[in-house]
Design a protein around this ligand. Structure first.
Ligand SMILES: C[S@@+](CC[C@H](N)C(=O)[O-])C[C@H]1O[C@@H](n2cnc3c(N)ncnc32)[C@H](O)[C@@H]1O
Length: 208
C-alpha cells in the first residue's frame, strides 16, 4: 500500500509529461498479416494482442530464428510468445516489479513455474544494468519492456539495438519517455524506427 503510494508520487512528473508533452511522430508499422501464435499462457499482461504481429515483423525484416533476448519478463506473457519463434529465448528481469507495474514484490518462482513447460526459455534474475555490462553477444531479436523511464529505456534499448537485428519496445503510446527514447536510439544507431500504435504501442528499431 505504502509502496503503491510512493510509486504514484514518484511517477507524477512522468504522468504530467504523458498528458501534456509533445508527441514526436514515428512512421506507422502496418502489418500485412496478423497471425496468432501456437502457444501462449494465461497470465496478466498489457502485452496481449501484440503477439499477432510478431511473425509479420520477423518475415518483413528477414530476422533469424536462433537467439532472442528479452528485458522485462514479469509473468512471462511476451516471453512465451517469443518462444514460439526462436530456438532460444533469454529473459532478464529483477522479478521485483517497478515504479509502473501493478505487482510489486518477488515473483521469480511464480514466473519460473509458469514457464516450466517451455524448455527454450532461460530466465535470469538480474538487472539489465548488470547483464549488459558482461554480455557481448549478438541476437536476432531483442525486446525491451522494463521500467518505463527515458533513462532506463535509452540505456537498455541502446545496448539492445547495438546487439540485435531488430529491437522492439513496448509502451510507445502509453509512455512519452519510452517513445522519445526509442526515437533517440534509432537516431543514435542510424537505424530506422516504426511504431505499431495498438495495445499501448510497439516501437520497432531496425537496420533497414
Ligand atoms: C512491464 S513489466 C514486463 C511485462 C512483460 N513483458 C509482459 O509480457 O507482460 C516490466 C518488468 O521489468 C522489470 N524491471 C524493471 N526494472 C528492471 C531492471 N533494471 N532490470 C531488469 N528488470 C527490470 C520489472 O521487474 C517488471 O517485471
Amino acid at each position: 500500500m505504502e509502496r503503491q503510494l510512493f510509486s504514484k508520487i514518484l511517477s507524477l512528473p512522468q504522468r504530467i509529461r504523458n498528458r501534456y508533452g509533445k508527441r514526436r511522430d514515428i512512421p506507422e508499422y502496418v502489418p500485412l498479416a496478423l497471425v496468432p501464435p501456437k502457444r501462449k499462457i494465461a497470465v496478466p499482461s498489457a502485452w496481449a494482442g501484440l503477439e499477432e504481429i510478431i511473425p509479420d515483423i520477423l518475415d518483413r525484416f528477414n530476422v533469424g530464428r536462433k537467439r532472442c533476448i528479452e528485458f522485462g519478463v514479469e509473468f512471462g506473457y511476451s516471453t512465451v510468445i517469443l518462444s514460439n519463434y526462436f530456438d532460444r529465448v533469454i529473459g532478464i528481469d529483477l522479478f521485483e516489479g517497478d515504479l509502473h507495474t501493478a505487482h510489486k514484490g518477488d515473483h521469480y518462482l511464480r514466473t519460473k513455474e509458469s514457464l516450466a513447460d517451455f524448455p527454450n526459455i532461460e530466465l535470469h534474475k538480474c538487472s539489465y544494468q548488470s547483464w549488459i555490462e558482461r554480455d557481448q553477444d549478438q541476437y536476432d531479436f531483442a525486446h525491451v519492456d522494463i521500467v518505463h523511464t527515458y533513462k532506463d529505456t535509452y540505456r537498455c534499448g541502446l545496448w539492445a539495438a547495438e546487439h540485435s537485428t531488430v529491437t522492439i519496445f513496448h509502451d510507445t503510446e502509453s509512455f512519452l519517455d519510452v517513445r522519445n527514447a526509442v526515437i533517440d536510439i534509432a537516431k543514435k544507431t542510424g537505424k530506422s524506427v516504426y511504431n505499431y500504435p495498438h495495445h499501448y504501442g510497439l516501437g520497432i528499431v531496425v537496420s533497414v
